[in-house]
Design a protein around this ligand. Structure first.
Ligand code: ZN
Ligand code: ZN
Ligand code: FE
Length: 765
């Protein structure tokens, strides 16, 4: 909104008239009532209306008041709104009195109008819901222009009730009056409804037999949860499986029925005070928790058994969110303040959204089903965020974020990035904005590929753009790459780690040259080997590999990912310290067979993967020998780190004709020796994190000096590790480097679709 500044305040105290055009997320978020109130409070006349371009405002009055209006609009828009652009011009004053909200003007190209994300229930609606005198007392679907479902109930644009799944409900006269009154906070709130005219609840048995409706359905559900039951609850973006998080037996039963032995469960807490009973909440985390996007925030756990060990066995963080729909608020009671709220899906499949589908797919898991009859048109998982360097960074960017775009430094032709094969999202560039899809999942089966194709179609439809260029991963066997190849459009293959690097540059609006530290589990490098611990140098368009972790062989290819003990055995053998094979590793499996497979080069690919190095050290410490979910071994290793330990293993850098190789075998030997000398996992983990972090930072610094750049970008899934992130960032910052890291885009594979797309755009001749 820089143009506001440049135009400044006109001189003189006469009456002026100013026309403003706001673009971005300015519709469906309560902007018109906000503008109305602001203009009236300043004694200005004029009007506001929605147009196909955004929000059009004309205000008239004393110059100082008009300037004050411009300023206030810039500084204090309604919370869920995002103004992406504002044009402003002074025009001739007109004869008029008062300020009015005019009917919307539909004028062709809906170029910059955007659907807002789903917004958590606002304080005003909550207060009404808790007021016994209000006609929406305990109404599970209360909403207004500032809150409620948006993206997930929308079928097409423009965002009007007829285009949402609320079209099935006809507003009663009381609701319609609110909807049509420009001064009402439900003016054109598309999902507006009340107990008379809105959706309803029904609680059923697993065989579909109704137990209760409405208020009684809620109370029976709460009662069952208190008694340790598991209830499938339909929310905004899909079903959750709910159970009391303080009931160890209930949580264990849910684990057993979901066949999910160790992967952490997300929690939903009644309020912030409840969150504080299980985790540490920083100011930044608190802000995220109570924000309208209401994500799951990964918070430092107060104790290993908070609230019970079973919710996240052996982990240092708990994923916690606050209730974000009115119905969620009704699920809590005096003796029920903390729930497990895990996605209702079959392992590896998308979140369940339809009632009949829930009945079928969650059979055998849920004791009861709490349904409602407002359809979910797009399944959308909860977003996950973690605090890194004082800011909240999305680990999974989905409900509450999408379809809010990320602003880029420059415009260009439309491009679709289709992402990788894990934690997939797709990303569409239009103009200088990058729009991500919701989280689509691991592309491993037909159900997820259906969701993937639907996600692409939905994004293209909402944005009215079908890009002719599709950017995909270099790996030809990723299902996203195959989809791209079969799309009939021009495809650009982008190396995995370059995509991570480019995503980080792009969201920081930097084009390079820069150096990148890219750390993840695995991605195909241009040389055909598996990369994952890389120092790159280049620009948005392309980068060169200037350093890496020293390559080591894995034992067992894909099995290695599920069995970290194999990687530990393989790395110990190759590091020349087999005599110090940690006991935990020898006890987990036959290390001699691993050695023979390595020597025979059977299923023993070379890798520079940073994720596998974490796996190996985690297994050497006996923390995780077999992994039941992605990232388990690294998460346990980080959780074990002793905060009081400030040592670091020395890490050598080898110069191979200008290529910097980080001596991983030396690091493995240091770990083995320390363990052999009796060090515990707490000490080993802390020293490993600090040693590796410093080694990587020094390697990047060397490459920077050679490349004559001062900027280092940090990307890759390993960077959701706050400990390693902090070490690397501090080392580089202390040495005077400018450090770029992710803030709006996931550091992991959920963010690479952006990097693919911007790289394809930048690489155009
Ligand atoms: Zn509200
Ligand atoms: Zn009504
Ligand atoms: Fe990756």
């Amino acid at each position: 909104m820089a143009r506001l500044d440049r135009q400044g305040t006109p001189q003189g105290g006469g009456v002026i008239r100013r026309r403003l055009l706001l673009r971005g997320f300015v519709q469906g978020v309560g902007f018109r009532p906000h503008v109305h109130n602001l203009a009236c409070s300043l004694g200005l006349s004029g009007f506001v209306r929605n147009t196909g371009q955004g929000l059009e405002i004309e205000v008239q009055g004393p110059a100082a008041a008009v300037a004050g209006f411009s300023r206030a609009l810039r500084d204090e828009g309604p919370e869920p709104a995002t103004v992406l652009a504002c044009e402003e011009e002074d025009i001739a004053p007109a004869e008029e009195r008062g300020f009015v909200i005019l009917a919307s003007r539909q004028d062709g190209a809906a170029a910059m109008v955007m659907v807002p994300p789903d917004l958590a229930v606002c304080p005003a609606c909550l207060a009404e819901m808790r007021d016994p005198g209000n006609r929406r007392y305990r109404h599970p679907f209360i909403n207004c222009t500032a809150c409620g479902p948006r993206y997930t109930i929308l079928a097409s644009l423009p965002y009007d009730r007829a285009a949402t799944s609320m079209a099935a409900f006809t507003m009663c006269s009381a609701c319609r009056r609110e909807y049509e009154d420009p001064a009402d906070r439900r003016f054109h709130a598309q999902p507006n409804c009340c107990p008379e005219c809105g959706p309803g609840l029904v609680l059923t048995d697993p065989d579909g037999r109704p137990r209760a409706e409405g208020e009684e359905a809620v109370s029976l559900c709460v009662e069952r949860l208190i008694r340790g039951g598991i209830v499938a609850v339909k929310g905004v973006g899909g079903f959750h499986l709910a159970a009391s998080a303080r009931d160890r037996r209930a949580v264990a039963r849910l684990r057993q029925r979901k066949q999910r032995p160790a992967k952490p469960f997300a929690l939903m807490a009644r309020d912030l005070e409840t969150v504080a009973t299980v985790a540490v909440i920083s100011a930044a985390a608190r802000q995220a928790l109570v924000s309208p996007r209401a994500p799951i925030v990964l918070l430092p756990r107060l104790a290993a058994d908070a609230p019970c060990p079973e919710v996240a066995p052996g982990l240092a963080h708990l994923g916690v969110m606050l209730p974000y729909t009115p119905l969620h608020h009704l699920l809590f009671a005096d003796n029920l303040d903390l729930l497990v709220m895990t996605s209702g899906n079959r392992s590896g499949e998308p979140i369940v959204t339809a009632n009949h589908e829930a009945m079928e797919k969650l059979a055998g898991i849920a004791d009861l089903f709490l349904f409602h009859d407002r359809d979910i048109l797009t399944g959308c998982d909860d977003s996950v965020e973690i605090e890194l360097g004082g800011a909240l960074v999305p680990v999974r960017r989905s409900r509450g974020h999408v379809p809010r775009p990320v602003r880029l430094a420059a415009s260009g032709p439309p491009v679709l990035g289709v992402g990788g094969n894990k934690k997939n999202t797709v990303c569409l560039l239009r103009g200088d904005l990058a729009f991500f899809s919701h989280h689509l999942g691991d592309l491993e089966n037909a159900a997820v590929m259906d969701a993937f194709a639907a996600g692409v179609g939905r994004l293209e439809k909402l944005l009215g753009t079908r890009p002719g260029i599709v950017a995909c991963d270099l790996h030809p066997d990723y299902l996203s790459s195959r989809w791209a190849a079969e799309s009939g459009r021009k495809i650009v293959r982008v190396p995995h780690h370059h995509a991570h690097f480019a995503a980080c540059l792009a969201e920081n609006r930097v084009t390079g040259p820069a150096v990148g530290i890219v750390l993840d589990g695995a991605g195909l490098g241009p040389d055909g080997s598996i990369w994952g611990g890389e120092i790159l140098a280049g620009t948005l368009a392309a980068s060169e590999r200037c350093g890496s972790l020293a390559p080591l062989r894995l034992a067992g290819g894909d099995t290695a990912v599920r069995e970290p003990w194999r990687t530990a055995a393989a790395f110990v053998h190759q590091s020349g310290c087999a005599g110090m094979m940690p006991e935990a590793v020898s006890a987990a499996g036959d290390t001699e067979t691993v050695r023979m497979a390595l020597e025979a080069r059977i299923n023993a690919p070379m890798t520079t993967s940073c994720g596998r190095l974490f796996d190996a050290v985690s297994a050497m410490c006996g923390l995780c020998l077999f992994s039941s979910f992605d990232g388990e071994a690294p998460a346990r290793l980080m959780a074990a780190a002793d905060p009081g330990e400030d040592g670091a293993y020395p890490v050598k850098l080898e110069d191979d004709h200008g290529f910097v190789r980080i001596d991983t075998p030396g690091l493995v030997r240091a770990v083995a020796a320390d363990l052999a000398a009796g060090a515990g996992p707490g000490r080993v983990s802390a020293r490993f994190h600090r040693g590796l972090g410093r080694g990587l930072a020094r390697a990047a610094a060397q490459v920077c000096r050679r490349q004559n750049t001062n900027t280092v970008a940090l990307s890759g899934g390993v960077f959701v590790n706050p400990l390693l992130f902090a070490v690397i960032k501090a080392e580089l910052a202390a040495a005077g480097f400018a450090v770029l890291h992710h803030r709006r885009v996931p550091p992991g594979d959920g963010g690479i679709a952006l990097g693919q797309a911007v790289a394809a755009r930048a690489a155009r001749p």
